[in-house]
Ligand binder design. Structure first.
Ligand SMILES: [Fe+2]
Length: 511
């Protein structure tokens, strides 16, 4: 019999009770007795009674009243009324109120045993049905959570809650192996006191969990006769545990822990079906640990990569600034030109609603657009006055030289072409390739407007700086010939906004 039942006989006739006792002594049941209704209720309050056989005619509380009180204490209790032939009406009334059956006194032992067997069968059927429904919903819930999170602590908590519920267990422990000490400790304890969870350490090979871990073998244990099992002669007895399942689990083919579930109230002993289901959960726990540790490693790597990426970006920007300074150093007359162009191209890109990474790229392009001047002879670059034709031809090489320098840097691959084309003209009369209209990369067309404007408003060795208004007129007159008219329109809007901002500041300064 899988069920370990608690049966209560309530009768004021002690001889009859003794008879029942003797008749049932070889069955796997615990027998409790009471000689009146009050004692019966006390017993039912002290421990879970599965079946009560209740005499209808008793002094003090009568059978019907005792029945009502017992059902109030535990609605799941199956109560069988014992009645003499003369009191059948009361038995029928008890049946109406939910008694399982009524039996005539004097009770035949065979009839008693058949009734107990029928009740066990009914309870087992009902239990199995409840269990299957709970299993299905629990597996569904566990699967949903398993696929939605990689945090092992969350997963373990859910799995332990689920398994304790599904298995109709009263306690559950997820024990993990501490590799440093080769001891099991309780990672999560459901229904286990905080003190035990925090203090219990089991060495490999010791107690049942240590044995299960060492042997990599699961075990079903009947707690109250555990030492009768030759494998566990020396283990500590836990009389409060009625039945337990211990299942080991592995992570990457190595022993990682033991899943334990206990029944301390329910008297149904775990069976092989329970062991199989617990093993499925244990395997899931092993996989969850593996996934979470893989994820944790990935997360660490990601943090390292982000950190490295930040450092690389800083290094990259410093390099760009160093290159820009190198251009300034080469041609002191254009000192600050690159950073002014940078400012203008970022402003145009903002006006054109470029995403922030594209705006940042435009800024870098602005700083580096004349990098090719590094390859031009000093005498030519800084020559005051009008350049000879061959000198001019040399100057015209700076976009190609800049493009060549840049294209050897992986992260500047796209920038190379933009720099190459920054002296192309919208009407196709520019250099070095004579590209026209939208053949010229958009960023080069932006750069062209910003570069020309700043060149005009800056002082050169061969001329003074042009007034801002005149430079604006030049830009407007170059729209559609030298410059892309759309870009000119955006740039004019940028300049207007700058003017408005300057005026606003000037007005604030006025007394
Ligand atoms: Fe240039």
């Amino acid at each position: 019999m899988e069920l370990l039942l608690n049966i209560l006989f309530v009768d004021d006739d002690t001889d009859i009770i003794e008879l029942y006792h003797m008749a049932l002594q070889n069955e796997s049941i615990n027998i409790y007795t009471a000689s009146n209704g009050f004692d019966a209720c006390k017993t039912a309050e002290g421990c879970k009674i599965d079946i009560a056989f209740l005499d209808l005619m008793m002094p003090g509380l009568d059978g019907i009243e005792t029945f009502s009180r017992l059902k109030a204490i535990d609605p799941d209790m199956d109560v069988v009324m014992l009645t003499a032939y003369g009191s059948i009406e009361s038995a029928v009334e008890a049946m109406r109120k939910g008694a399982y059956d009524y039996l005539h006194k004097p009770l035949e032992i065979d009839k008693l045993k058949t009734t107990i067997r029928n009740i066990i069968q009914k309870r087992q059927l009902s239990f199995n049905l409840d269990k299957k429904i709970a299993e299905l919903s629990a597996i569904h819930e566990a699967t949903r959570i398993l696929s939605s999170t990689t945090d092992f602590d969350d997963l373990a908590l859910v799995i332990m809650g689920t398994i304790v519920r599904v298995m109709h267990a009263d306690e559950g422990m997820l024990m993990l192996l501490d590799k440093a000490t080769d001891e099991l400790y309780i990672k999560i304890g459901k229904g286990i006191s905080e003190e035990i969870v925090s203090q219990q350490r089991i060495k490999r090979g010791e107690d049942v969990s240590g044995w299960v871990l060492e042997q990599n073998e699961p075990a079903i244990i009947a707690g109250n006769n555990i030492t009768a099992d030759p494998r566990f002669i020396k283990v500590t007895k836990h009389p409060e545990v009625i039945s337990s399942i211990y299942v080991p689990f592995q992570v990457r083919d190595e022993a990682a822990g033991v899943l334990v579930i206990n029944r301390t109230k329910s008297r149904i002993i775990f069976n092989m079906d329970d062991l199989i289901l617990t093993s499925i959960f244990a395997t899931e726990i092993g996989s969850a640990i593996e996934r979470s540790s893989t994820y944790a490693t990935l997360e660490e790597k990601m943090v390292e990569l982000i950190d490295l990426n930040t450092k690389l970006k800083e290094l990259f920007l410093n390099t760009v600034k160093a290159l820009s300074s190198a251009i300034d150093a080469k041609d002191p007359y254009t000192m600050g030109h690159s950073s002014q162009v940078q400012r203008h191209v970022i402003a145009i890109a903002s006006e054109m609603n470029f995403p922030s990474d594209e705006k940042n790229l435009m800024g870098i392009i602005g700083l580096l657009h004349d990098i090719g001047k590094i390859g031009i002879k000093d005498g030519v670059l800084t020559k005051p006055g009008v350049l000879e034709q061959d000198e001019w031809e040399q100057i015209k090489k700076h976009p190609s030289i800049g493009s060549e320098i840049i294209k050897h840097i992986d992260m500047f691959e796209d920038v190379s072409e933009i720099i190459l084309c920054h002296h192309e003209r919208y009407d196709g009369k520019g250099y070095p390739c004579g590209l026209k209209g939208e053949q010229i990369p958009l960023k080069s067309r932006i750069l062209s407007v910003a570069d020309a404007f700043d060149a005009m408003v800056s002082k050169r060795p061969y001329r003074d700086s042009m007034p801002r208004e005149k430079a604006i007129m030049e830009i407007k007159s170059g729209s559609g010939t030298q410059f892309d008219p759309n870009i000119v329109a955006f740039f004019l809007r940028v300049l207007e906004k700058e003017d408005m901002a300057i005026k606003a500041i000037e007005n604030m300064d006025m007394p």
